[in-house]
Design a protein around this ligand. Structure first.
Ligand SMILES: *Cc1c(COP(=O)(O)O)cnc(C)c1O
Length: 370
């Protein structure tokens, strides 16, 4: 009997798929290098953690774990709807917003269709595109950011979905409200535009021209806003995000998603987190100070960096970025290499606490100018 070739059994898109590369977990580094004092600045997590109110709500919910969660996520949607002045039927919840990116791609595109996004855009866009056998159309970046004019020109009769990240990860680049509106007014209404606002809470308070996608939903019926509790809300481990759309889009997405895609702890944790906006404000302030700290540090070291509206910053450390990454690991500092984003030379560093940032900058200094 000839051995099975499992690859040939998989659908074409999956055969050549490479898995998403997550940031190196702290325990891995501890185990592999025997380093105990490790800081992780690799996955854009909130160094303050979640709101204490979220933790309390989760603890209270623990005794209900035998029960299935509310498959409609009513309370969380109600909290979102009231906070953002939208209707409950405009929301779709996801097991992280990644889940929704996947659900959106599967709802609107399949083999032979085109999905459009920018060079250096978030890695999940090419992944979900390839998995469903759609064709990725990638427009060249402009100054590391999305070239929205080029993106409009790249739309064809086969384009089903466009993914935009504002700000984008890993570049931190962003576009203004007027740039976005001029783009949206040129996209045919039959093309779904996904505006990924994973870093909305960090970006919005810091930049007057930064658009709040939710306020544009009424004008653009093909607009899909995705947001998450993984970043500023500090709940990355819980896996919960949401999409806000026209109710008819939500209706479709809710057919495709798994019936219980958001677990009960995530539902109640996110609902409580949403009500603690003080925690968001403090987190944003800490992030702003950290961003300043890195900007100053990189300038001192003569390193080029890309100004960022997120809770991370990409810095050019030169030809040997992987070597620098490895030396940082040995110093107990986990950052993210981004050569898989066609950004050789760059490392992405998540903004940590003041002490973590100071340690990362001084480790970098010792590596590049010992
Ligand atoms: C982190 C991130 C997400 C959110 O992922 P979750 O699945 O919600 O944890 C989405 N988009 C971008 C651009 C991100 O960086």
């Amino acid at each position: 009997m000839t051995p099975l070739n499992y690859d040939e059994l998989a659908v074409p898109g999956v055969r050549t798929l490479t898995p998403y590369q997550p940031g190196k977990p702290t325990e891995d580094l501890q185990r592999e290098y025997g380093i105990t004092d490790v800081i992780k600045l690799a996955s854009n997590e909130n160094p303050m953690g979640p709101s204490p109110q979220a933790l309390l709500a989760i603890k209270k919910e623990l005794h209900e774990l035998a029960r299935y969660p509310d498959g409609n996520g009513f309370k969380l949607k109600q909290a979102l709807a009231s906070r953002y002045e939208l209707n409950i039927d405009q929301f779709t919840l996801g097991n992280g917003s990644n889940d929704l990116l996947d659900v959106i791609a599967r709802t609107f595109a399949s083999v032979g269709d085109e999905i459009l996004f920018s060079q250096h855009a978030f890695a999940v866009y090419p992944l979900v595109t390839q998995a469903i056998g759609a064709r990725a159309v990638v427009t060249p970046a402009l100054n590391w950011g999305h070239d929205l004019v080029a993106m409009v020109k790249a739309i064809t009769g086969k384009t089903q979905v466009i993914f935009l990240a504002n700000p984008n990860n890993p570049t931190g680049t962003w576009f203004t409200k007027s740039q976005l509106e001029s783009f949206l007014s040129r996209v045919p209404q039959r093309v779904m535009v996904v505006l990924d606002e994973a870093y909305f809470e960090y970006a919005c308070p810091n930049e007057a021209e930064y658009p709040d996608g939710l306020t544009l939903l009424g004008q653009y019926p093909n607009l899909i806003i995705t947001r998450t509790f993984s970043k500023a809300y500090g709940l990355a481990g819980l896996r919960v995000g949401y999409a806000a759309t026209h109710p008819d889009i939500a209706n479709l997405l809710n057919r495709v998603r798994q019936p219980f895609n958001v677990n009960s702890l995530a539902l109640c944790g996110a609902t409580a987190a949403l009500s603690d906006q003080d925690h968001i404000r403090t987190s944003v302030e800490l992030n702003n100070k950290g961003m300043q700290q890195y900007g100053d540090g990189f300038s001192c070291l003569g390193l080029e960096y890309i100004p960022s509206l997120g809770n991370f910053i990409s810095v050019n450390v030169g030809d040997n970025a992987l070597g620098v990454y490895d030396s940082l690991l040995r110093a107990g500092v986990i950052v993210r290499p981004v050569e898989n984003y066609a950004m050789p030379g760059f490392l992405r560093i998540s903004i940590g606490t003041e002490a973590e940032n100071a340690r990362a900058i001084s480790a970098l200094q010792q590596i590049i100018m010992p």
